[in-house]
Design a protein around this ligand. Sequence first.
Ligand SMILES: [Zn+2]
Length: 341
Amino acid sequence: MTDSRPLASVSLDVDNLWSYLKTHGDAGWEQRPSYYDVFFPTVLPVLDELGIRLTFFIVGRDAAVPAHAPHLQAVIAAGHEVGNHSFEHEPWLDRYPPDRIAREINDAEEAILAASGQRTIGFRGPGYSWSPALFEVLVDRGYLYDASTLPTYLGPLARAYYFWTARLTPAQREERATLFGGARDGLRPVRPYRWALPSGRTLLEIPVTTMPGIKIPFHLSYLLYLSRVSETAMIAYLRTALMMCRVTGTEPSFLLHPLDLLGGDQAPALRFFPGMDLTGKRKIELFARVMRTLGTHFSLVNMSTHAREIIARPTLASRTAVSGRATMPAAAPAPAGQSGA
Ligand SMILES: [Zn+2]
C-alpha cells in the first residue's frame, strides 16, 4: 500500500443491453443486443484519467461472443481485473439446483478466461442472488471471495417497483418471486465477514456497502437518482454515507453499473430506465465527481486487492452461519463485534 488511508473497493457489474431488456420483459433480447462497442471505449479512458483500477464483473454469455474479446483484453491491459457475474445473468440463480449453479459458474469462468486471459477469483450474483450451494461451488473452484449480498431493507420495495414497471407473465412473476431479496437481507452485516458453509468450509463475503446503521444504498445508480433533486444533495448524501463508514470503521465496497456512465444518447433502447434522460457527458461528470469524493477519504482498489487485505487482518469477523434467503429462517445475527453496523 502506498498510503495509510482505509481502502474502498470499486467494482462494475457489466450488465449488457440484452440483460436489461430481458429483465424488463422486452422483445428482442434473444438476439443479445450489446453495447460493449460503446461502453468499454467510453469507460476505460475515464478510469485511466481518474487513476482508478477496478473489478469488472463479466457475464459469461457476453464473454463468449468473439467480437467482445478485444474489449475484455483491453480491460486487462489497462490494469483492471475481471470477476464472474454468472453465465446467463438470471437473478433467480439462487433457486437453481446445485448442478445448474455449478454450470453457471464454470461456463462463465471458462468463457471469461478464454476471452480475457484472466481466471476469475471473485463472484457477484446477478440481482444480488446467492445460495449456500452457490458458495460451495465457489469454494470448490478456489474463489477468493463472494460479493453478492446487498444488506438493505429496501429489497421488497425494489421488487414491487420492478413488478409494477416490467411486462411479465404469471410464470415469470413466480420465477422472480425472491428478486432483490427480502427484508431479512437488511439483517446481514455491512462489513466483510466469513460465511460458515454447510460443508464446514468458509468463504469471504464482501457485501455491497450500504450506509452503516440505516442500510440505505449509496451505490452510483442510487446517487444519480438523487442528483435529479440536486447535485448538491447527491454529494451531501454521499459524504454522509462516507462519514458513517469512517466512524464505524467500514471500508466501502462501491458498486457501479454501465448505465451510471452511458447516457440515453448512447443506449436509446433503454430510455425507459431511470436516469436515461441524462446524456453520457453529464453522467461522466457526475461519475468523476463521485469517484473524486470517494478517493478523498479512501484508497481505491479492486476487489481482489481488498479481499487479500481483509483476509490478512486479524480483525476479520469470524463466521456467520449461511442460510438460503428464500427457504430458510433468517440468518443468525452475527455475534457482537462481528456484524459491523
Ligand atoms: Zn448484473
